[in-house]
Design a binder for this molecule. Structure first.
Ligand code: ADP
Ligand code: MG
Length: 382
């Protein structure tokens, strides 16, 4: 988990968010979805429209919402909340609830705290079904779903390799081959068994070490957004470095504006700007955390098949209905590379990606069909 920001989010410069514009951005995200998904988006935009109309009708009786921002360090980064509430007291108490939720998840999922629920699970003997909390079971299920879909490009069992990567970073020398092959025996997403009837997790081989670094921030951002909603704050955004969960747009606006920076920044002087709401967006890449050994640069994103950090320059941004999915998928797309990464995203509903690779000084952009539609519809919407 890094403490750098590759995604910046702000309310879009706003004209009034009427039925038409709300529907336009929702449909843009839906792209060519199957009918059931189109229905979902139409329903979502209708609900939004109804809420907006309700807001308009109540007119002067409604307390105008004010914008508040809060930050909180957790999971090795800084979580930022932007939210709209009637007054400071309710904004602050909602933010505190969201931050408590994030802290509770960090205590469960951290691989830096020896006493976290995740690390305690890894201490259990192999083959033993271990009962776990609802949150841990849920995030493991979500991670395994992306692991299967990406054919193991996203794999939370990479922990032993990550440990060696961190040693190599400290010593500035490559991991020794014996340690690498010992690690390999404990890596492989199919070595985890989840039993949804008993909420138990079985790690099938010795020395497994799970690493939720590629999904926990997105999961926590989603959970924090739900905690805000539970306090009646629906117009909110939770940003954890490169992972953002977006709720309803700011009052009077049709979306949040999210800017992607990183590999692509600087080409035309600016990154891509997207107008989004009620979804997740994540950017992963090698731009911020890497080690250089013997003149080769290794990313903190590892290829689970080799155990080595990626050496190619790549940055992937993924948009999907929630930030748990985007966090894990953005990591997976980096491992898969632009062609297989785009194919994976095209196969998943309501999901879009933009990928940049760099060879020498040459930048290569790639975008999924749905991503191109989102960009196009927003240009049209200006
Ligand atoms: P960041 O945390 O910098 O936003 P990512 O979301 O891409 O970046 O997560 C990278 C982290 O995920 C690594 O630091 C490591 O802990 C873990 N990780 C590395 N490679 C993989 C992989 N192939 N699958 C799952 N997790 C990974
Ligand atoms: Mg990730």
């Amino acid at each position: 988990m890094t403490s750098f920001c590759r995604l910046r989010a702000t309310p879009a410069p706003g004209h009034c968010c009427g039925l038409k514009s709300a529907r336009r951005s929702a449909v843009a995200l839906a792209g060519r979805s199957p009918p059931i998904l189109r229905a979902w988006f139409l329903l979502a935009s209708s609900v939004l429209a109804v809420l907006l109309l309700a807001g308009c009708k109540s007119g002067p009786q409604t307390t105008p919402l004010r914008r508040f921002e809060f930050t909180h360090p957790a999971m090795g980064t800084l979580f930022g909340l932007t939210l709209f509430a009637a007054d400071e007291a309710s904004a602050r108490s909602a933010a505190q609830a969201a931050f408590r939720r994030i802290d509770a998840l960090e205590d469960i999922m951290s691989d830096y705290q020896a006493g976290s629920e995740l690390m305690r699970l890894c201490e259990e003997p192999p083959g033993k079904p271990v009962p776990v909390s609802a949150d841990l079971f849920d995030v493991l299920q979500r991670a395994q779903k992306i692991a299967r879909a990406s054919d193991g490009a996203f794999d939370i069992t990479v922990g032993p390799y990550v440990r060696l990567w961190r040693f190599a970073r400290k010593r500035k020398e490559p991991s020794n081959p014996t340690a690498m092959s010992a690690a390999a025996a404990a890596v492989g997403y199919e070595k985890i068994r989840l039993d949804p009837r008993t909420w138990t997790v079985t790690l099938l081989v010795p020395n497994m070490r799970l690493d939720l670094g590629g999904i926990a921030k997105g999961y926590a951002a989603d959970a924090a957004l739900r905690a805000l909603k539970g306090r009646g704050v629906t117009r909110a955004l939770v940003a954890a470095s490169g992972d953002i969960a977006l709720g309803d747009p700011p009052p009077g606006q049709r979306a949040w504006k999210v800017e992607i920076s990183g590999l692509n920044a600087g080409t035309n002087g600016a990154g891509q700007k997207l107008l989004l709401h009620n979804c997740g967006i994540s950017t992963s890449g090698d731009t911020e955390q890497s080690i250089e050994i013997g003149g080769t640069r290794y990313s903190h994103i590892l290829n689970p098949r080799t155990g080595l950090g990626l050496t190619n320059r790549i940055q992937a941004t993924v948009i999907a209905p929630d930030a748990t999915t985007t966090d894990a998928l953005a990591t997976a797309v980096c491992v898969l590379g632009p062609h297989r990464g785009l194919a994976l995203v095209e196969s998943m509903p309501r999901t879009a990606t933009s990928v940049f690779t760099k060879e020498g000084n040459q930048l290569h952009p790639y975008a999924s069909q749905r991503f191109k539609k989102i960009l196009k519809s927003q240009v049209a919407g200006k």
